[in-house]
Design a protein around this ligand. Structure first.
Ligand code: 13P
Length: 344
């Protein structure tokens, strides 16, 4: 298969109807923070055990098309020795890999960040492809605070995202392009829309300049929300409408899919808003998910590192995957949340 056909095929598998992506690619630092908050020992074994719990959940593959892994997890196996990428592949789930090395302070821009990881990326991508990865993720972090973000920070992050995307496609790996506008702070939804628009505009400009095949990427954006500390919070309908409106203005129809991040919204908000967007008629691209916390948080809280809690935690994860998969088709109803308590 030629390279652009392979990219198109992988991208369309990832946004198959009713399915979306599990982002299980927390760096060790982030995962340790989550484990600590749940009262779990912060060790390589516990990070592995949580991932095994998620990946071996019966029936999750009906709702999950791909899983993004972190480098450590990519090299780990189930307790009985099956490497995680092979386990996922055998379940019909596409293995993916986070390849950025994190957001670092941007020189000359007080308090702003630039995502690193381009050095040696071509060689790392070739190794990940050989290990079974068919898609990748790079997350740019854009924070809102007063005058920030600066056009400088937006510009360099967009440039790096496009360099990463071009290298991925050269390696036959579908790049998930993730410019995350962070929703911490007290900004209004108007400001969120303004910044999200500026960021998407800069990103697609750079993707064009750097000759990235739009049919072979997925975009992972934030929803357009008011900052979590803003006193005026929009309803879910307004979030869904403003988000689609912003994306339609800035994301070319050649892009096969939008896969939202959950970004700290409650599980039900993240699910309901995705559902509403999928009910608002056909869009130029598939409207799907790539949730981290939105799929895992309840399972982690239930598990708490206790082997006896694995089955109950898997039930939680399966429930969220099922609800989010339904939202992907516009078929979620809040009553579905009660089905878990009824069966627990
Ligand atoms: P959340 O869904 O928890 O925001 O994580 C998605 C992700 O991969 C952020 O990079």
């Amino acid at each position: 298969m030629d390279s652009s056909d392979e990219l198109r095929k992988t991208a369309s598998e990832l946004v198959a109807k009713g399915k979306g992506i599990l982002a299980a690619d927390e760096s060790n630092g982030t995962m340790n923070k989550r484990l600590k908050a749940a009262g779990v020992e912060q060790s390589e074994e516990q990070r592995r055990a949580l991932r095994e719990l998620l990946f071996t959940t019966d029936g999750a593959a009906e709702h999950i098309s791909g899983v993004i892994l972190y480098d450590e997890t990519f090299g780990q196996s189930t307790a009985d020795g099956t490497p995680f990428p092979s386990l996922l592949g055998d379940l019909g789930i596409v293995p993916g890999i986070k390849v950025d090395t994190g957001a670092k302070p941007l020189a000359g821009a007080d308090g702003e960040k630039i995502t690193e990881g381009l050095d040696g990326l071509r060689e790392r991508l070739a190794e990940y492809y050989d290990g079974g990865a068919r898609f990748a993720k790079w997350r740019a972090v854009i924070e809102l605070d007063g005058e920030r973000p600066s056009p400088y920070a937006i510009g360099v992050n967009a440039h790096a995202l496009a360099r990463y995307a071009a290298l991925c496609q050269e390696a036959r790996i579908v790049p998930i392009v993730e410019p995350e506008v962070i929703m911490d702070g007290d900004h209004t939804i108007d400001r969120s829309e303004e910044v999200t628009s500026a960021v998407l505009h800069a990103v697609f400009d750079q993707l064009h300049h750097q000759r990235v095949l739009l049919e072979g990427i997925l975009l992972k954006p934030n929803m357009v929300l008011a900052g979590y500390g803003c006193s005026s919070q929009p309803g879910d309908e307004e979030v869904a409408e403003r988000t689609l409106h912003t994306l339609r203005r800035h994301v070319p129809g050649a892009v096969p899919g939008i896969v939202f991040l959950s970004g700290g919204q409650s599980d039900e908000d993240a699910t309901n808003r995705l559902n509403l967007m999928n009910r608002m008629g056909p869009q130029p691209w598939e409207v799907s998910f790539s949730y981290g916390r939105g799929l895992q948080a309840a399972a982690l809280e239930t598990w708490r590192g206790e082997p006896g809690q694995v089955a109950a935690a898997q039930k939680q994860y399966h429930h969220r995957a099922r609800c989010t998969g339904a939202a992907r088709r516009g078929e979620y109803a809040p009553e579905m949340e009660r089905e878990l308590s009824a069966s627990a």
